[in-house]
Design a protein around this ligand. Structure first.
Ligand code: UDX
Ligand code: UDX
Length: 463
């Protein structure tokens, strides 16, 4: 890695070239041509893909954005020490998965990658450096970072800031370009405030000043967990109402529209579904629950835990409804799974409801065929142990051929545009559609001959 020339204002390093680090740095590089942006990761395949201009993740508009700055002020490398040595500002974007072992297993964040990263930074830095937490972390993690970093090297001071990322997958580029807010937390000390200002100046290259807010470190760390918990809570709330709708002939989409028009409630995140997925919601809520328990607040912990329990229930309820409507058995019945990604416009399948639904259906000995325009490679990894109980086909028509049922798991718009007359003709009868996203035109499908089971409203059947 070449030393930074004086043509650049500052050198930014990002450690972790995943869904958060890669797109965020591509945006910074594009908007701030006078900053040098270096992204490092331990995974050489990922780095090679980024550096070739073909990002290893699917995100609309991302490849174009990366190519705009590659070779100008954006580069990707596996040389973590060299990157640290030249950096003025280091963004830490390594993963913080849920712990799978020991104390807090299944709940607490696994901070080993973060700690390793802090120790690597300490080893290779030789001048004052701002270290920015981008990964979502438990409250007061910055304190641990500072303890590791500071007091070890004379003449080198590390200032830790929290700057959580709120981008959503599928809309990452739009979210980064036009964020609702940029949140930066730092210490009230003179060096803390100076570091805050450095980051404010960076974002001010494209984000209006009134959208850049600064807080203390702990508020910033907690705001990220709280924002995800509130968003997930809205989905669990509307999903809980969907169960009641199915029991009472109310329609959850109508209820959602009616309550969303109250300006205090607002219309977003009120779409009932088979359950939320993604790398963040469940992980962050469980992390919040663990923190509450740690701080002796069991009632608060229980409150937030119920958001996750409701999500589990929604997925189980979906499969139970499939079973009961298909005459209480799906043994050897071909079922087409439309969509495997945790939401549309991404190939990401982490915590996707489809994983749980497929596993439960496989336990019932169904014969599954998964179709998805982007997520089949990840689906194959997620369901590797199911062997020949499961097949994959990129073509939704081929997936549905000979099937007893279609289960819509992801709201890909392409599924709305399919020729369902043709699909119906190729399926076993009676043919079922379970729309886990309320994506399709249920009346039209019913007219074709399907037995249609939406989320949160009465089924439209011919039986
Ligand atoms: C992850 C977390 O899931 C999220 O909570 C956090 O806010 C940011 O980091 P994401 O970017 O989606 O989000 O994760 P992932 O795609 O797994 O990327 C993390 C990258 O860090 C991987 O490419 C991994 O190879 C890299 N990494 C991990 C390192 O470079 N060094 C490490 O020590 C560990
Ligand atoms: C989320 C947050 O939105 C983002 O701010 C944070 O940085 C990371 O976590 P993401 O997980 O990428 O982003 O996607 P999001 O759009 O929030 O969707 C999460 C899940 O909720 C998806 O499975 C989605 O399908 C589901 N969802 C969303 C619903 O079921 N109903 C809704 O009304 C909205």
């Amino acid at each position: 890695m070449t030393p930074t020339s004086s043509a650049y204002k500052k050198t930014i390093l990002c450690i972790g070239a995943g869904y958060v680090g890669g797109p965020t740095m591509a945006m910074i590089a594009a908007k701030c041509p006078d900053y040098r942006v270096v992204v490092v990761d331990l995974n050489p395949d990922r780095i090679a893909a980024w550096q070739s201009g073909e990002p290893p993740i699917f995100e609309p508009g991302l490849a174009e954005l990366v190519r705009q700055s590659l070779g100008r002020n954006l580069e990707f490398s596996t040389d973590v020490p060299a990157g640290i040595a030249i950096a003025d500002i280091i963004f830490v974007c390594v993963g913080t998965p849920t712990k799978t072992f020991g104390k807090g297993a299944g709940m607490a964040a696994d901070l080993q990658y973060l700690e390793n990263t802090a120790r690597t930074i300490l080893e290779h830095s030789s001048s004052n450096t701002i270290v920015v937490e981008k990964s979502t972390l438990p409250v007061r993690t910055a304190e641990a970072m500072e303890r590791i970093l500071n007091g070890q090297k004379e003449d080198v001071h590390f200032e830790v800031l929290s700057n959580p990322e709120f981008l959503a997958e599928g809309t990452a580029i739009r979210d980064l370009e036009n964020p609702d807010r940029i949140l930066i937390g730092g210490h009230p000390t003179p060096s803390g405030q100076a570091a805050l200002q450095t980051l404010v100046d960076l974002y001010a290259n494209w984000v209006p000043a009134e959208k850049i807010i600064t807080t203390n470190l702990w508020s910033s760390e907690l705001s990220k967990l709280a924002a995800n918990a509130f968003l997930a809570q809205r989905i669990s709330s509307i999903n809980s109402i969907s169960a009641l709708c199915e029991a009472t002939e109310a329609d959850v989409d109508e209820v959602g529209r009616a309550i969303g028009l109250d300006s205090r409630i607002g219309p977003k995140f009120l779409r009932a579904s088979v359950g939320f997925g993604g790398s963040c919601f469940q992980k962050d809520i469980l992390n919040l629950v663990y923190l509450c328990e740690h701080f002796g607040l069991p009632e608060v912990a229980d409150y937030w835990r119920s958001v996750v329990s409701m999500n589990d229930y929604q997925r189980e309820r979906f499969v139970a409804r499939m079973l009961s409507s298909m005459f209480n058995t799906v043994v050897n019945k071909r079922i087409a799974i439309f969509g495997f990604a945790f939401k549309a416009d991404t190939g990401d399948t982490r915590e996707s409801a489809a994983i749980y639904v497929c596993r439960q259906l496989a336990d019932e000995r169904a014969a599954l065929v998964v179709t998805d325009p982007e997520a089949i490679p990840n689906a194959k990894v997620d369901l590797a142990d199911l062997g020949d109980r499961i097949a994959y086909d990129e073509d939704p028509y081929a997936a549905a051929e000979g099937a007893h049922a279609i289960a819509v798991m992801t709201e890909w718009s392409l599924y709305r545009e399919l020729d369902y007359e043709r699909i119906y003709a190729s399926m076993q009868k009676p043919a079922f559609i379970f729309d886990g996203r309320n994506l399709l035109d249920h009346e039209a499908l019913h007219r074709i001959g399907f037995n249609v089971y939406p989320i949160g409203s009465s089924p439209l059947t011919h039986m």
